[in-house]
Structure formats: structure tokens, C-alpha cells
Design a binder for this molecule. Sequence first.
Ligand code: SF4
Length: 347
Amino acid sequence: MPSSRQIHVGNLLIGGGAPVVVQSMTNTTTGDAAATLDQVRELAAEGCELVRVSLPTGDEVEAFAEVVSHAPVPIVADVHFDWRLAVAALEAGAAGVRINPGTIGAERGVLEIVRAAAACGAALRIGVNAGSLPKDLRALADRGETAAALVEGALRYASLVEEWGFLEYKLSVKSSSVPETIAAYRALAERSEVPLHVGVTEAGTAWGGTIKSAVGIGALLADGVGDTVRVSLTGDPVEEVRVAWQILAALELRRRGPNLISCPTCGRTEVDLVALAAEVERRLQPLSVPLTVAVMGCRVNGPEEARHADFGIAAGSGEGVVFAHGRKVATVPEDELVEALFRAIEG
Ligand code: SF4
């Protein structure tokens, strides 16, 4: 079931039918405020709406505060082990804090964080992780029921913070296993109305991680489960944002930037369509307008598909036709096709 409760994280609304929010996380040293801020700006320029920044030690609080005060999007602090760091992050202006109560340890620490979040008007993400479950739930996970253990853990901490009167929180139950992630979130969504942050954790490198994330996050979003997403990739976080948007666009939940349709090529293809599509994709990348552009390899299926896109190319033998909003606008040699397409797009 989609979440019915809505929370605020900075100026963003999360849950309760609000558009799914794209998140990522910086991988700079937080103590280097300039580098971290540069990366936050880069992520925001790519469409990242909420950025998580780790706060590993008290030495980095000052730099963290600097990042928060200049960031173009709300910043969430990622804190483990020491509740004082979470409180410091909130006092520094963080829009939220991500905690794993399992690593914070004592209930008193969690209570102090909740009090600080309430006082600062900030939100919390309670992210339960298979590696830090309470003993009884660890035993459940060891019996092969990790998804159930994650859900019980999340609900246990959720009732604790609600007993203290705090409602501005979202939950996450990520796993590095796609089936486990899907099972955990589906079960959690059945039992909770709270907004959910979804993702497949430690999904891997850009290639494998993109596939795992698309399958895991995609399956959940297709069911209406998930209010904010993070694609977790080993690499440049900007890629995480691009992948997240592709997942949202593929499900037609949100669109940002162009949507490229290109045919798989076959024995009828008479131009170097792979190079042509790659060049079109490269030149479309900086655009943020929601256009559909088709790059098709022949005169059989090509013209029809190209005609239905906002702009399109249908290639033929050594030449091709450029379409704009369903109308043929040029017939040019193969090596002029990309230029002619972009003249039409920019025209
Ligand atoms: Fe083959 Fe033409 Fe289809 Fe491309 S559009 S796969 S070239 S039939």
C-alpha cells in the first residue's frame, strides 16, 4: 500500500501521494566543505532533491554546518554510533538525520535525537539494517527470515518514536539482496502508513548496481511502494541520480530530461546506428526538458516510431530523415543527421 502519511524534509514533501523524491549521498570527505559543497551542487544540478552527507566525527561538524548553510537542496546527516553527532548535525541545520537505532545503541541516545529533531523541526529516517539487528531479530534473520526481521525491527523503532510523540520520520529496510529488499518493503508497506525510503543497498558497480536497483526499486515503485529513492552505486554519485531518474521515467512516474528511444539494430540497418544513438544520447544529456527523441535504423519501422516522438531520425541507406513533432523536416546524408536533428530540437 502506498504511504498515506506525509512528512516534511526541509522544503520537500515526502509520502502521502507527493512525487517520489530522488536522493543521493556525497562521497567526498565531509571535513572538506568546499569539495562536499561542490558535489552537492553537482548532484542538485543533475536533479538530486535531497542529499545525504555523512558525519563520522565531531571534527567535521563545522564543515557540515558550512555545507548545510550553502547547499541548494536539503541536507540529511548520516550518523552512526554517537547520538551526540546527530544532535550536533540537527543544531547545524540539517533537514533530517538518518539513523540506524541498532548502531546508536542505548534507547536514551535515540530519545535525545528525537527530542533534537522535534526542537529543530527536522525529520528522521529510521534505517534498519540486517547487520545491526537486535538479538531476537538477529536470530530470526539467521533462520532465513531476514525480510521479516528487518520489518519487525523497523516497526519496533517506529512505535518507540511514536510513543514519544514524534511522527516526522520515514522508514527504510534495505538489503543488498533484491528479493529480500522487495519482500521487506512489501511487507512493511502492508503494515505501515509511514513514508518509505527505498533502495537496494550496496548494489554494486555502475553496471550491475544499475540493474539490481532498477529491478528492486522498480518493482516496488510499480506497486506504489516508495516515496523517496536512492540508487546505491560504487562510483560517482551523479550516476546514481541519473539512474534514479531513468527508473522513475521508465515507470512514467516522473520525467526529467529527454527520453531516448533507439532501435536495437538488425539486418536491415544500413548506417552506423550504434554510434549515431551514442552521439545523440551524449548531446541530449545536458538538456533538462522532457523530450522524447527516437533514433531508428531503417525505413521499415523507423519513420513510424520517429514520427510519434517529439523529434526523430529514421535512417536509410547512407542518409536519413529527420522528424519534428510528426513532420518530416529534412533529408540529409548520414554524417549530417545528428546536426540536423539538433537543429530541429534547438530550432
Ligand atoms: Fe531493424 Fe529497422 Fe527495427 Fe531498427 S527499426 S531494428 S533497423 S527493423
